[in-house]
Design a protein around this ligand. Structure first.
Ligand SMILES: [Mg+2]
Length: 241
């Protein structure tokens, strides 16, 4: 499963220091809905993990939050995308819960529910606490410069391995491109091997099972592209400074 975990405010929709308290206040960031649709088409399972302390503060209730999320889901669906799950933490910072980011509780629950290994899963956010929660859960932290992202970058102290992109659209483009490169290298390796794999009639062929060769190519490539992603991330981060 290709899982990806997104923060909501400042990543999918415009953030507000006054909180998003109604469906009307939920306004998508340009390009973000299309990015979710593209990731959906590319086979990603997109899950949202969002701190919503506005509930604990009494600024809005669960019914309103559900209405906000229905608007988000409808907007995503109309663009051809899907968000199969939304996790939210309703608590106050003083509640000392395990789910409020920077704690990784929501991420760990996502891993359990989807029976997915979280190691290396892209987790996208605009605040330091998103990146910290991602790292604690074993995900790869991605900082986007929408919402509070620029402030977060300027403050520094990003978790090791954080990669930085302008926005969710740029993250989607990067991930989809990386997947396509992986497929073409895998194909190239498969094509370059058929001669030694064809057993001579009557002889005991020393064949490498195709699936095994493909898996080896895929694993090798995954480690390579991972390195590339980190390098690219660092480069982009430096350029932004
Ligand atoms: Mg945010």
């Amino acid at each position: 499963m290709k899982l990806i975990i997104l923060d909501r405010d400042g990543v999918i929709n415009e953030d507000s220091d006054a909180f998003i308290k109604s469906p009307d206040e939920w306004i998508p960031i340009p390009g973000s809905i299309d990015a979710i649709a593209r990731l959906t088409s590319a086979g990603y399972t997109i899950v949202v993990a969002t701190n919503q302390s506005g509930i604990g503060r009494g600024l809005f209730d669960i019914t309103t939050l559900n209405a906000i999320h229905q608007k988000m889901l409808d907007t995503v669906k109309a663009a051809g995308g899907a968000i199969p799950a939304i996790m939210f933490c309703p608590h106050l910072p003083t509640d000392d819960c395990d789910c409020r980011k920077p704690r990784p509780g929501m991420f760990l629950t996502i891993g359990e529910r989807f029976d997915a290994e979280l190691k290396g899963i892209p987790a996208i956010g605009d605040s330091l606490r998103d990146l910290q929660a991602a790292l604690l859960a074993g995900c790869t932290p991605y900082l986007v410069l929408t919402g509070k992202g620029r402030q977060t970058l300027e403050k520094g102290g990003l978790p090791p391995g954080t990669v930085v992109f302008d926005n969710l659209a740029a993250v989607a483009e990067h991930l989809i491109e990386k997947d396509q490169q992986a497929v073409s290298v895998e194909l190239a390796q498969t094509i370059s091997e058929p001669i030694e794999k064809t057993p001579v009639s009557g002889a005991v062929g020393k064949t490498v099972p195709k699936a095994k060769a493909k898996a080896a190519a895929k694993a090798k490539l995954a480690s390579l592209t991972e390195k590339n992603a980190k390098t690219t991330g660092r480069k982009e981060k430096n350029e932004k400074r």
